[in-house]
Design a protein around this ligand. Structure first.
Ligand code: ADP
Ligand code: MG
Length: 249
């Protein structure tokens, strides 16, 4: 049994509001193993983003704990990267300087930053756009820059919150394929939130199905279909339908 990269133990999250409180998560348990690709699906408002933010150290848990390689997560750390749904690029910086942002915070020298940024832009096939500004890129390209930026910090775990949610269907499929290629090449561990069951079955080793709020893990569905997966495959269709049914009941 290999060590978990991330684990959640009986995680509860309460938000205090003026008119009382909201219980967002109640007792979420999850173990993410080395090099795994985990997708989380669940009804809107069930606490998926909240869980990811807590795993990233951006938000405290109310009860229970989240561990990164055995240590409680308290603050953001370089080993745990995050990609959000909105293109969180800085509009006044070039693509290359956006990718180098984390390296700059870490005190990496200018030449090295440039080299690493170019390397990751190459990886997401955007080397030609290094000097472009974010507004000159399409949505899909900007999201590839956001992925390059997260990868440039060489994270051990990548948390992704509906990163392809705002893209058109064709671009989304291209980026799913690209993300799998990067994941296989870099051997990272990915925790990916999506509301697309089809997307989850395409990407994941295991799909975590959450209940409605207060969120908890309802089922963990292994996807034992060899990659590259084909959406016309009967097993693909069967798994997708069974997860959709769980979400619907
Ligand atoms: P999901 O990403 O699954 O759609 P969220 O994690 O964004 O869900 O939200 C889960 C629940 O927690 C929702 O009911 C939401 O309104 C509530 N919530 C999230 N963030 C906050 C906050 N900062 N303050 C108060 N309530 C919040
Ligand atoms: Mg969300």
């Amino acid at each position: 049994m290999t060590e978990s990269v991330l684990s959640a133990r009986k995680v509860r999250k309460r938000f205090r509001l003026r008119e009382g409180e909201v219980l967002a998560l109640k007792g979420l348990d999850l173990d993410v193993r080395e090099n795994e690709f985990i997708c989380i699906v669940g009804p809107s408002g069930c606490g998926k983003s909240t869980f990811l933010r807590m795993a990233a150290g951006l938000e405290p848990v109310s009860e229970g704990e989240i561990l990164y390689r055995g240590q409680p997560v308290k603050t953001p750390r370089r080993e745990v990267g995050m990609v959000f749904q909105e293109y969180s690029l800085l509009p006044w910086r070039t693509v290359e300087d956006n990718v180098a942002l984390g390296l700059e915070f870490a005190g990496t020298g200018r030449e090295e930053r440039r080299k690493v940024a170019r390397e990751y832009l190459e990886l997401v096939d955007l080397a030609a756009f290094a000097r472009a500004m974010p507004h000159e890129l399409s949505g899909g390209m900007r999201q590839r820059v956001a992925i390059a930026r997260a990868l440039a910090n060489r994270p051990d775990v990548l948390l992704m919150d509906e990163p392809f949610g705002a893209l058109d269907a064709h671009t989304r499929i291209l980026l799913q394929r690209e993300l799998l290629r990067i994941w296989q090449h870099h051997k990272t561990t990915i925790l990916f939130v999506t509301h697309g069951v089809d997307e989850a079955v395409y990407l994941a080793d295991r799909v975590v199905v959450m209940s409605a709020r207060p969120g908890t893990v309802r089922a963990v569905v292994p996807v034992d279909i060899p990659r590259p997966r084909h959406r016309g495959d009967p097993e693909y269709a069967r798994l997708t339908a069974s997860i959709l049914e769980m979400l619907d009941s």
